[in-house]
Write a new protein. Sequence first.
Length: 159
Amino acid sequence: MSTTLTRPIRANETRENEPPRGRWKPASLLPDPNYRPDRRHRYCAVLVAGAEATSNMSRNIGDGWIPCKAEDYPEVTGRLSGHSGKGDIVSQGLMLCYMPEEIAQERDEYFRSLGAMTQQDTNSLMAGVDTFGTGGTAKVDTRTSVTRGKPISFSPDSE
């Protein structure tokens, strides 16, 4: 007895009914809050190697980052296992914080101007211009050389 297998012909198969696939990206380890146009979000370290990072968190608060409250972000606390939904949002030693958008824009402008000043100073030094008012110019030698140590001579008498 011979049994014949009937398989569908692949040429007749189509993927038109499948939804379009987006670009692959790795899964986020930390839940992202929904977009809010008046705020920027980031996670700030509160634990480093199991110890509290109080100096890091106080610096972040001084820079303008404000801890997010769980009551205001149910979309985040719902994805955290074991989170009560009250208080600050902390996951894996990181606390979700926000900064008002206007302060974030001022901060961006500060760092842009700082970078431009640093680049300008570097260009001036490379050009040999006296940027420090000392009367001298900075001479930068950009030549390189390669040495391989002292030459070794092999003489039959030294053995």
